[in-house]
Write a protein that binds this ligand. Sequence first.
Ligand code: EPU
Length: 342
Amino acid sequence: MHPDLAIEYNFPLKTLNSFGIDARAQCYARIESLAQLRAVLAEPALAALPRLVLGGGSNIVLGGDYAGLVLHMALPGMELVGADAHAHYVRAGAGVNWHAFVQWTLARGLGGLENLSLIPGTVGAAPIQNIGAYGVEIKDVFHSLTVFDSASGATFALDREACRFGYRDSVFKHAEGRDWLIVDVTFALPTSWQANLRYAELAQALAERGVDAPTARQVADTVIAIRQRKLPDPALIGNAGSFFKNPVVTRAECLALLERYPALVHHSQADGGEKLAAGWLIDQCGWKGRNLGPAGVYPKQALVLVNNGGASGADILRLAQAIQRDVQARYGVLLAPEPVFV
Ligand code: EPU
């Protein structure tokens, strides 16, 4: 076996998943380089195991101990790789903490990622669900990424089109991209930066601070303040951010719902659909702040499920299903979970 490789057995995952679920991995490898990744997968006994690729662990629900190999993607590095008339190109290793990377770009005077401040997780996980907040998704500032294809052993680059980004979606969530491990990601941060204040709550928060032409730093600080006010810090209360995606219904379905529920929160989409606020639907069903065993709904944001201490994956799932049942019964809408159940 490769001399730098330390495979751990029966390895605790509690601090490696943001829900803080107490589960263990049969085998665990921390991957800090492409060479290490190749070496682990060159071991037939390891390559044959079921595999969980772990980034920041902020979008998973562990159903119990993992009977397989956990590949903890910890590839480091942040660098400015180029610039032209349109953009500065910055690249980060898959294992870099997302928020640390956003801060790194801001410290260099580069705007573009500020609306995505304080999102938990890693750079390498960000494209998988096309992370988005406050009017920006990473696809808006994405340039390309490098993948390692665990089926063929090849590495290659994918551009934005090849990643097939959608709302909390990408090629990596579909069959074609299932064997691809993201190694690093490059972003194109616009030279002619302009604040993106399309999200009303952000614009309003900046106005309240008396800022009318904000810098990227000021936008970041405001996003951080909003998130800290509404969302639980996973270091203190286990959670995985928004637990459900905001459902998209047809305009006709939305109109029918509006007749019965005039206060329904909805946003028209470019493709003619209407995106509903899952947090509002859950809140209206009376779940905000309610607990089911050790799992609960965060009192300040109904879209976030929390581990109040000692919750298992099954406890989280039971709560999620109870919420789905109530929302479906009342609004006829099935909420789809955002995290991956392992
Ligand atoms: N609402 C309620 N009650 C609640 C929560 C929300 O009535 O308990 C209403 C709000 O008043 C608002 C609407 O629902 O009218 C939408 O709420 P909010 O602006 O807080 O955003 P969200 O739709 O709940 C989405 C993303 C978040 C992202 C924010 C800001 C999804 C699934 N979630 O939340 O992303 O930070 O917008 O852009 O798209 C994440 O994915 O983990 C995440 C936190």
